[in-house]
Design a protein around this ligand. Structure first.
Ligand code: FES
Length: 105
């Protein structure tokens, strides 16, 4: 994970020995911590673009509290999952969403 803050000017150096889990983003296997959200895990892995608007503009983390829908992703085939408030789970398959996402019913 590329973007973890392990050496902070105020909090000091942090040795991180927590257990890691694995999930998939666009078919690529990535690591996360069990208490990550999907968004925090993606950002820790250097991924800022979570999807695209219907006009093709990149989307990613914006409010980070589940209110704006900028971070919508597809998880295990289910669209419109808010990455910023959804916990990452071992083995889930996350994909970038384009536009509004189609309901599965
Ligand atoms: S970033 Fe706003 S809902 Fe996720």
């Amino acid at each position: 994970m590329k973007r973890r803050v392990l050496d902070h000017p105020i909090l000091g150096h942090k040795t991180d020995h927590r257990e890691e889990i694995e999930f998939f983003f666009e078919g690529e296997k990535l690591k996360a911590y069990p208490d990550d959200t999907i968004a925090s895990a993606l950002i820790a892995n250097g991924i800022d673009i979570f999807g695209f608007s219907s006009s093709g503009k990149p989307r990613g983390l914006f409010c980070a509290i589940g209110k704006c829908s900028s971070c919508l992703v597809e998880v295990n085939g289910i669209p419109n999952i808010r990455a910023c408030i959804t916990p990452v789970k071992n083995g889930i398959k996350v994909k970038r969403q384009k536009g509004k996402g189609k309901p599965t019913w």
